[in-house]
Design a protein around this ligand. Sequence first.
Ligand code: F6P
Length: 322
Amino acid sequence: MAEKTIAVLTSGGDAPGMNAAIRAVVRAGIANNMKVIGVRRGYNGLLENDVIDMDLRSVSDIIHKGGTLLYTARSEEYNSSEGVKKAAEFCRNLGISGLVVIGGDGSFRGARELSAEGIQVVGIPGTIDNDIACTEYTIGFDTAMNTAMEMVDKIRDTAQSHNRCSLVEVMGRRCGDVALKTGIAVGATAILVPEVPFNFERDVIAKMLKTQKTGKKHFIIIVAEGVGGIDYFTRRIQEATGIEARGTVLGHVQRGGSPTLRDRVMASNMGHRAVECLRDGIGNRIIAVQNGKVIDLDINEALNMKKTIDRDLYNVALEISI
Ligand code: F6P
């Protein structure tokens, strides 16, 4: 007989590695004598009784798969106090005392509300954006960056053949982390991120013309989604430099695919830690990576922190992209 019942859900945009996290929660839960319930389609599953009992084998063969076995959603109905009460009531009826929420900031706000209703909730950061302030790392970030890097490498082949400038928009919502690291990895001439103000004429056009004088013939410019304007920037480069320019928005390709080793290991470690918290009766926590270590911290503290971009790394990019 299981000592307690916990549940797990994925919420918000999916991210490669979410399956590895679900697997870790289920396996660690069962190993710690808990019953584990899978909630489908994010918080919607708690409102519409869309749940399944998980066992050891229900999470076999998923560690290497992108997407999420439990499906995901951004729930409208849950975002009301009635929705939260209904979800809490549902948990109580099923005997669910603890819930693991794998998702982003928005999902954690939902988790905090449910905690206030007496359900112990632990959040695991799962988003390709790496935009959660309390943690150095979010599940899916590594895979998304590697996908973006591979795509830009392909774009570079054609930019090089035609002596063109290729502008590539990468995802990240309001956060420039995917753009910054991808930009460094592909040797971009300029990286535009929402956190750092820029002057397009000076920081992109003049820089291109200057590097052209040293023999550079093709260019990669990375534009974070949070900056936007890729069509305008593409036209402007062509008009101001005479260099043929093409813009590509990478889009959802960055959210799919088999998770990298880093994402699988992080997800497994974080999933395991989340279950340890619930096993010890600790709720209202967010699992995070700080100084390279997996830790847990208070949800309010986590949500009050402000995300910043790594300015040192940004300056490295500036100095070597000449
Ligand atoms: O949060 C992940 C993310 O892919 C962001 O990078 C992007 O802004 C957003 O989700 C796209 O959302 P949707 O899948 O609803 O188009």
